[in-house]
Design a protein around this ligand. Structure first.
Ligand SMILES: [Zn+2]
Ligand SMILES: [Zn+2]
Length: 229
């Protein structure tokens, strides 16, 4: 029978060995105060260095402070999810860090588009996003991510378009927006026709029709434009 190695009063990570408990087991106290019985082999091989509760706690924070690409991991939120800062644009996001830790994500989606291979930062489309975001006219999904905005709206866009809400009492989102051609903006009291800007009421008088009749005409004209480019 091999001689028992005395582990009493020794430290193994957060464990402090109190006494031998028989059967190759040692009574240990974790730094947090938890008492557990652990086999001598497990202790000596470093297979256990703290109690379960302490391990969960330290696992939570093990990614905090890491810097990967432009990301800085700030704090734990929930399993896998951390508050992270994209240091390129100084914006914080709540993100699953899997792709960051694997090196697949090095910056936020807005920066990816701004500086990445898509190079959209100089485009009018990007400015539409930036301007409307700054005026708090977008839903959170769009405000938080240029990529999401791009996914939802880019298909119908052409240069010079304005984005406007269908219902101007609500913020813009995937079911509350449309791309408007320059000369006609829904909800705007002014309309430009043939280079002249006048209020809708003035145009209606000009054509000798009601304002409703005029609005009907510009809707039809817009439809015609949409259908024929
Ligand atoms: Zn503990
Ligand atoms: Zn960024």
């Amino acid at each position: 029978m091999p001689k028992r190695i005395n582990l009493r009063r020794k430290r193994f990570g957060k464990w402090y060995v109190l006494s031998y408990a028989g059967n190759s087991m040692w009574k240990c106290r974790c730094e947090c105060g938890a008492i557990r019985y652990i086999s001598g082999v497990v202790l000596r091989k470093g297979l256990s260095t703290q109690c379960k509760a302490c391990k969960i706690e330290s696992d939570k924070n093990k990614h905090v402070g890491k810097k990967i690409g432009y990301w800085k991991i700030l704090s734990y939120e929930s399993p896998g999810k951390y508050r992270c800062e994209c240091t390129r644009c100084n914006t914080t996001y709540s993100v699953y860090v899997g792709n960051i830790l694997k090196g697949l994500s090095k910056q936020c989606n807005a920066c990816l588009f701004k500086y990445g291979r898509h190079g959209m930062s100089g485009t009018k489309y990007y400015r539409v996003w930036l301007n409307n975001k700054a005026r708090h006219r977008f839903c959170d999904r769009w405000a938080n991510s240029f990529l999401d905005f791009y996914e939802d709206t880019f298909a119908g866009y052409s240069d010079g378009n304005h984005i406007i809400p269908l219902n101007k009492n609500r913020i813009m989102s995937i079911d509350n927006y449309e791309w408007s051609k320059g000369f006609y903006s829904k909800g705007s009291a002014f309309v430009k026709i043939g280079g002249i800007v006048m209020s809708k009421s003035a145009w209606a008088r000009h054509y000798g029709i009601t304002r409703q009749g005029f609005e009907y005409r510009i809707r039809k004209a817009k439809k015609h434009l949409d259908n024929n480019g």
